[in-house]
Design a protein around this ligand. Structure first.
Ligand SMILES: *[C@@H]1O[C@H](CO)[C@@H](O)[C@H](O)[C@H]1NC(C)=O
Ligand SMILES: *[C@@H]1O[C@H](CO)[C@@H](O)[C@H](O)[C@H]1NC(C)=O
Length: 175
């Protein structure tokens, strides 16, 4: 759909993408640049979906209809934060973003009650909820859970390919 909304989002984000941006909790507010949390809000996600402080991020356009971007988020160190389960973000966390959907994520895991760290692949906005697709499970959480930006606790690096062998067993989900 080439809606006016989609086109203005695309133009805005193209500007963001052209300018490598750096954000941190200590940085003074710059009215001319959006931080990562604000950018994710433009895509329909709650402000605190991704913890801070983000060291830097980039968005690279990969599709126009709908506007779709590769994202790369850098943390200073491996980042841990508690939402429903403990969450882990690799210092380099990548994926793709389009309106209402994050997908092909690499570098984000949740620790399940079994103790295993399981890769999260997709996040989809469904009305007031967020639908999370993991390598081995899925979960639906009210978006109000992610209203405020939580701060990372730094900890050990986890193996990058912990549950990658499960990818081929996943059902393909259609839009
Ligand atoms: C986007 O990311 C994928 C990996 O997920 C990579 O293969 C591709 O080259 C990237 N595209 C651009 C334009 O950066
Ligand atoms: C995160 O850290 C910043 C800077 O130390 C602080 O201002 C903010 O209140 C913290 N946020 C939370 C949710 O604890």
């Amino acid at each position: 759909m080439a809606t006016a909304f989609h086109m203005s989002l695309l133009l805005l984000l193209a500007l963001v993408a052209l300018r490598p941006s750096t954000t941190s909790a200590a940085a003074s507010p710059n009215p001319n640049s959006l931080n990562l949390h604000q950018v994710f809000q433009l895509f329909g996600f709650p402000l605190g979906l991704i913890p801070g402080p983000v060291d830097s991020f980039t968005l690279t356009p990969i599709g126009i209809l709908p506007p779709t971007f590769n994202f790369t988020i850098h943390y200073k160190e491996p980042c841990y934060v508690q939402f429903v389960y403990p969450n882990y973000y690799n210092p380099v966390f990548t994926g793709k973003i389009t309106f209402g959907k994050l997908f092909d994520m690499q570098g984000h895991k949740d620790q399940f009650p079994s103790g295993e760290w399981i890769d999260m692949y997709d996040v989809t906005v469904v009305d007031q909820n967020l639908y999370f697709q993991f390598a081995t499970a899925s979960a639906t959480v009210d978006r109000s859970f992610f209203a405020e930006v939580k701060n990372c606790t730094y900890g050990p690096l986890l193996p990058a390919d912990y549950s990658n062998e499960l990818i081929s067993q996943l059902p393909i989900s259609a839009e």
